[in-house]
Design a protein around this ligand. Structure first.
Ligand SMILES: Nc1ncnc2c1ncn2[C@@H]1O[C@H](COP(=O)(O)OP(=O)(O)OP(=O)(O)O)[C@@H](O)[C@H]1O
Ligand SMILES: O=P(O)(O)OC[C@H]1O[C@H](OP(=O)(O)OP(=O)(O)O)[C@H](O)[C@@H]1O
Ligand SMILES: [Mg+2]
Length: 285
């Protein structure tokens, strides 16, 4: 029987959420502590735990069929792989950082300057696009220390909260790219493997849709039902059940997480009472 090999970061910023997503997809991992390989009990997946930088290359070569990496690493490595899906976690920016006292206006101020980074290709392409000539100094980690030890005048590195820049006397000056974790696949998957990948994508979609929506139950007088329905389109349309109390109904529906608070206000104004909201584990459209 065919098994898909998926490469996941061994330990770091992607590891925990990658494994959480696998678990939420109902896939149970069998891994002994410290082992760099694991299998799943109930799904044809084998796991390889690797350094994130190696994942796009292994997927291109077919050592792994799938991988989870940051888009920043995927773009930097320039491997020929398929971007299957954005996964919505490990969101960050690849940004220019400069001394916090630098009155930085725009990227042209980097003309003739030196910039330390672990992302020489992304930075090089960006500077080329902006017609800025700067010296790129490639280092593999602790990039934010570079200006304070005289290695470079600016940095280009991952930023999330900004606290690493701040604690090194720097500020975020320009955003070069936005990134999140992505699922990648080898280009030439066999039909059988593609079939397993499609099953995995189906599960990931169900988990992602569930997270993006809330299940909502409310009571309302029948006279308010039409207005409430117009506020709650639901998956097809809301479910309406009569309450034991004459003239009242219970209404069940689904609301987008992003619209949630705004919709609740409008529902209350329209006469809804006893509103209950719960999270959705999986949602299949
Ligand atoms: N502070 C952060 N917040 C959110 N996402 C981040 C953050 N830092 C990094 N990431 C994302 O997670 C990925 C992995 O980051 P991490 O710092 O674990 O990499 P690493 O140190 O290169 O790990 P490895 O040892 O596997 O090479 C990055 O490529 C980026 O996409
Ligand atoms: O803006 P912040 O929230 O401070 O996050 C940014 C930092 O996070 C990452 O490093 P990480 O902490 O993962 O350590 P690493 O450099 O050892 O990978 C990244 O390389 C930045 O240094
Ligand atoms: Mg790495």
């Amino acid at each position: 029987m065919n098994v898909l090999k998926i490469a996941i970061q061994k330990s770091g910023r992607l590891s925990e959420d990658s494994l959480k997503l696998i678990k939420e997809c109902g896939i149970k991992l069998n891994n002994g502590k410290g082992k760099l390989k694991a299998t799943a009990d109930n799904f044809p997946l084998e796991f390889l735990f690797l350094r994130d930088d190696d994942i796009p290359g292994y997927v291109e070569d077919g050592v792994a069929d799938l991988g989870i990496v940051g888009e920043n690493v995927l773009v930097e490595k320039e491997n020929d792989v398929e971007l299957v899906k954005k996964l919505g976690f490990s969101k960050c920016r690849l940004s220019i950082g400069v001394d916090r006292n630098w009155d930085y206006k725009n990227i042209h101020e980097l003309e003739g300057k030196s910039i330390a980074t672990s992302y020489p290709k992304i930075l090089g392409n960006y500077l080329k696009g902006k017609k800025v000539n700067a010296e790129i100094h490639e280092i593999s980690g602790s990039v934010e220390i570079a200006p304070s030890i005289g290695l470079a005048e600016a940095v280009c590195d991952i930023v999330s909260s900004g606290s690493t820049l701040l604690s090194n006397g720097l500020k975020e000056a320009d955003v070069i790219m936005r990134s999140e974790a992505v699922l990648i696949a080898q280009n030439a998957l066999s039909a059988d493997k593609r079939n397993i990948l499609n099953q995995l994508i189906f599960r990931i979609n169900a988990v992602q849709e569930g997270k993006q929506n809330k299940y909502i139950l409310l009571n309302a007088p029948n006279s308010a039902i039409d207005e409430i329905i117009s506020l709650l389109p639901g998956m097809k349309s809301p479910t309406i059940l009569p309450l034991a109390m004459e003239g009242w109904s219970s209404l069940h529906s689904v609301v987008k997480e992003d619209d949630f608070w705004e919709v609740i206000e409008k529902l209350k104004k329209a006469g809804a009472e006893g509103i209950l909201v719960s999270s959705i584990e999986k949602m299949i459209l």
